[in-house]
Design a protein around this ligand. Structure first.
Ligand SMILES: [Zn+2]
Length: 353
């Protein structure tokens, strides 16, 4: 997509843009194109027909205020502000906080800044985000997530969510497990041979310490924002989540070469897991299979934990997710194939709505 932009397409600028700091989003480049310039990403760009805009774009690095740029380029502040507004609208630039003072960061602050920058840069490209991903990234800390059921995938999810900034995520064991990590827990990625023999509870804390970007400053809420279930359905747990109004995302076991992710259940608002079990039973779809307990392969755990963490980033960032009332089946032997999706309805025999 190419949009031509010239001084004449400028909007009326606001009066209060003197102290704003604008930064091009990650990956946005300025490229000469004949007498003009292209500003954008490989998939969409603005065609700049005036060199003044190219000069301004080069200065949109988040380090100088609009006023300082106008002064340096000897141009009208309105030109800077209207161009900044256009870039924000087109998803090419963000308004970012005033850069902090020149204080030198210690090593730990530097590592936190580098790690959170990667997360923010991705979030900044979400539709409608104009603050460099700051608000969405910081809000992750306020989300309380419980992973219910300990297995390989659950531990991968714990690590991936903490590493994405969801620092109030906890792992709750459900099955009767040995108190210590055994060879059966080993996957070579999250649990390695040297971890065998560690106490399970302490090992979870070790995983959190090693993966989280920074320690949470907020306490976990008594009522979680989301429960992720990673083991076969146990109906007494489901009943409790429904009566407490807890949103839950069910991840089924790997059955054959496939895994079913979803649905996300919002009690009272979307079909519950019993609605889905009744529908599957009517269709003759393996009721017995729902009790199979299996571990996912190591690469599948890494893939699925990344996929689910990104999907939860979308859900907590926007309030919307394709997993609501839907199951997605991924074929782990043909992993780049689009998943099969099924949308669920309330079942008349369930009465959960
Ligand atoms: Zn139901």
């Amino acid at each position: 997509m190419l949009i031509a932009y010239s001084r004449h397409s400028s909007q009326v600028a606001s009066d209060d843009g003197l102290d704003t700091y604008i930064r091009l989003k990650s990956g946005v480049c300025l490229t000469p194109s004949g007498k003009n310039f292209l500003l954008g990403l490989p998939t969409r760009a603005l065609l700049l027909t005036e060199s003044a805009h190219a000069h301004i774009a080069r200065n949109f690095n988040g380090l100088q205020s609009a006023k300082a740029i106008a002064h340096g380029l000897r141009c009208d502040i309105d030109l800077i502000n209207s161009f900044a507004e256009l870039l924000k609208r087109e998803g090419l630039a963000d308004e970012v906080p005033r850069p902090s003072s020149e204080r030198v960061m210690d090593l730990s602050e530097e590592v936190i800044a580098l790690r959170s920058a990667c997360e923010r840069e991705l979030v900044a490209h979400r539709d409608g985000v104009e603050d460099g991903g700051e608000r969405e990234f910081l809000a992750r800390e306020g989300a309380t997530i419980l992973i219910s059921g300990e297995n390989r995938l659950a531990r991968h999810l714990l690590v991936a969510l903490h590493a994405s900034g969801f620092t109030n995520t906890r792992l709750i064991s459900r099955a009767r497990l040995t108190p210590r990590i055994t060879g059966a827990d080993l996957c070579g990625i999250v649990v390695r041979a040297s971890d065998i023999g560690k106490l399970r509870k302490e090992f979870s804390q070790e995983l959190i310490r090693n993966s989280q970007i920074s320690r949470s400053q907020l306490l976990a809420k008594a009522a979680p924002d989301l429960i992720i279930s990673t083991v076969p359905i146990e109906w007494d747990y489901v009943q409790r989540w429904m009566s407490e109004g807890s949103q839950h995302l069910h991840i089924n076991q790997v059955i054959g070469g496939e895994i079913e992710i979803g649905p996300l259940v919002v009690p009272g608002a979307t079909p519950c897991l019993r609605c889905i079990a009744l529908t599957k039973r009517e269709n003759g779809a393996g009721e017995l299979h729902s009790f199979i307990r299996s571990e996912a392969s190591s690469a599948a755990c890494a893939y699925l934990s990344g996929l689910i963490s990104l999907a939860l980033g979308q859900y907590f960032g926007t309030g919307a997710t394709p997993l609501r009332a839907s199951s997605h089946w991924y074929n782990l032997l043909d992993p780049l194939r689009t998943p099969e999706i099924r949308h669920w309805n309330f079942h008349p025999e369930c009465g959960c709505n």
